[in-house]
Design a protein around this ligand. Structure first.
Ligand SMILES: [Cu+2]
Length: 155
């Protein structure tokens, strides 16, 4: 192979690398935009929210989706809620019930399901126990059904 052909080959490899990198960067930017537009919190076929904790930016939407066969709720824990939407108390119907909030202020939005958690004297979610919890075979009333959204300010 001549020196000229090797140089040509090296140049075209470099050009291909640039093209691949450019495409990859555009792909990542599109994903970031998608993440910024909306996030989901799922109730799987269990009494819990997943993910338990998410971090979003001001202006983003969060949609809760109930994929369980039981009804659940989204209730704001206003003792610690600094991200707005105070007094939220929404039913998530079984098998696909949805509820969406848009967060316009930085802060934290702690929430729980009033069917599967209750607030103690310090406003901490606890499992509802004999008054409403679902007892497993070990006599344990499980973990409270709750979660938290952290809303960061845009730079
Ligand atoms: Cu629930």
């Amino acid at each position: 192979m001549s020196a000229l052909r090797i140089r040509c080959l090296a140049l075209s490899m470099f050009a291909i690398c640039l093209l691949v990198l450019g495409t990859a960067n555009r792909g990542m930017a599109a994903n970031d935009d998608d993440k910024r537009s909306a996030r989901q919190i799922i109730v799987p076929d269990e009494d819990r929210f997943t993910p338990f904790a998410i971090t979003i930016r001001v202006g983003q939407k969060v949609t809760w989706i109930n994929r369980d066969t039981d009804d659940h709720t989204v209730v704001s824990n206003d003792a610690f809620n600094t991200a707005g939407h105070r007094g939220v108390n929404m039913l998530l119907k079984a098998n696909g019930g949805k509820f969406t909030l848009t967060f316009r202020h930085p802060g934290v939005f702690p929430f729980y399901c009033r069917f599967h958690a209750m607030l103690d004297a310090d406003n901490q979610p606890k499992a509802p126990g004999p008054d409403g919890g679902i007892q497993d075979s070990n006599g344990n009333f499980g973990t409270p059904m709750n979660g938290v959204i952290t809303v960061l300010d845009n730079d």
